[in-house]
Design a protein around this ligand. Structure first.
Ligand code: COI
Length: 356
């Protein structure tokens, strides 16, 4: 059960900016709703969370997170369902993962009433910002950073937790073409790959930029030791369809445990597809694309939802994938996921949380 927030200090905007939202023209991560949540943890004690008008925050230049990177976040979404209600999708999974990331980064953990209650309160206030429309949603971004003013290297004593929200449409306008990365690595065993920490994304930018210069949209990471097994892609987990069966790398300390990934596995199994969480070898997939046994490769994540790839690049060669149709497994799974989230399909797994 989700605990309710008991104590929030709320300062509302004088005038909403929700009229700035054009559901037909949303650019990811550029427009923010009227309000944001701020909660400080001071020497291990959480202070009363505040909901304030969205705006700039200012900091001391010695802010610990700016120097040593104790900074984590979550990506989640709220939707407008067919009955015009605002719902969140599996928010408790994001809450749990947030605190797993916090523990790995040696940060304070956030109480459930602040995380869940804060999202609920913000969504009530800013419900006008939840767009309707096929691929539209309100992207929710809880995050936390070390807020000590101190240059010594040690875990911070103070943390700031915040939630901001931003209308989202389709993340990729065209199917991404991804490069199988065999030089740089994203994560190694024992590292922080499974944590949603800012540094994981910072470290991916340079290899991704090199790939973009070669004409690719994103990277498909391989394991740090041998570069022979797939891990995950830039902002998403990855699935392969081979001989009608779904394969996805099994999660480990080097792979983010995606909530969309988990949802697709459950939906697929419920629909009778075989799904295997296993080592997926680059060689097998490249050969499979060449001989036609691999018919789909797609990414799965909160921001991208289900994103079929147009092709993959490996060691200087490009391998095109067949065009996706409505009969493709990725299309069937995406439709079902959308259907559950928007109330068009029965919520058999009890994943939908109604804002109240
Ligand atoms: C998400 O899907 O929420 C992500 O974390 C991707 C984000 C970095 C754009």
């Amino acid at each position: 059960m989700v605990e309710e927030a008991t104590d929030f200090k709320i300062t509302k905007v004088k005038e909403s900016r929700a009229h700035q939202l054009d559901p037909n023209n949303i650019v990811f991560g550029t427009l923010f709703t009227d309000h944001m949540l701020v909660a400080d943890c001071v020497n291990g004690v959480w202070q009363t969370p505040e909901i304030l008008p969205y705006g700039d925050i200012s900091y001391n230049p010695a802010l610990a997170s700016l120097h040593y990177g104790q900074s984590i976040f979550e990506g989640m979404k709220a939707f407008r369902n067919v009955d015009d209600e605002v719902v969140m999708f599996r928010p408790e999974e994001n809450f749990k993962r947030f605190n797993i990331s916090a523990e790995r980064m040696c940060m304070a953990t956030v109480p459930e009433d602040i995380f869940m209650g804060g999202l609920n309160e913000l969504l009530k206030l800013d419900s006008a910002w939840v767009p309707s429309g096929e691929d539209n949603s309100l992207y929710l971004r809880p995050f936390m950073f070390a807020s000590d003013v101190y240059l010594g290297v040690r875990p911070s004593h103070n943390y700031r937790f915040m939630i901001i929200m931003s209308p989202a449409g389709k993340y990729y306008s065209n199917p991404p073409k991804v490069k199988i990365e065999t030089e740089f690595i994203r994560a190694a065993t024992g590292g922080v790959g499974y944590a949603k920490c800012a540094g994981n994304y910072a470290a991916s930018l340079y290899p991704a930029k090199l790939a973009q210069e070669q004409g690719y949209t994103q990277l498909l990471w391989t394991d740090a030791q041998t570069h022979t097994k797939f891990e995950e892609s830039g902002t998403m987990n990855v699935f392969f369809v081979q001989d009608g069966k779904l394969l996805t790398p099994k999660t480990s300390t080097t792979i983010l445990k995606g909530i969309t990934r988990d949802s697709l596995i459950k939906i697929a199994r419920e629909k009778g597809y075989e799904v295997s969480e296993q080592d997926v070898f680059v060689k097998d997939i490249v050969e499979g694309i060449e001989n036609g046994s691999v018919t789909e490769v797609f990414g799965a994540g909160t921001a991208v939802v289900v994103s079929p790839f147009s092709g993959v690049g490996f060691e200087g060669n490009d391998y095109d994938l067949p065009a996706i149709t409505e009969k493709s497994i990725s299309s069937i799974l995406k439709e079902s996921l959308d259907g559950i989230r928007k109330g068009k399909e029965e919520d058999k797994f009890n994943w939908v949380y109604k804002v109240h």
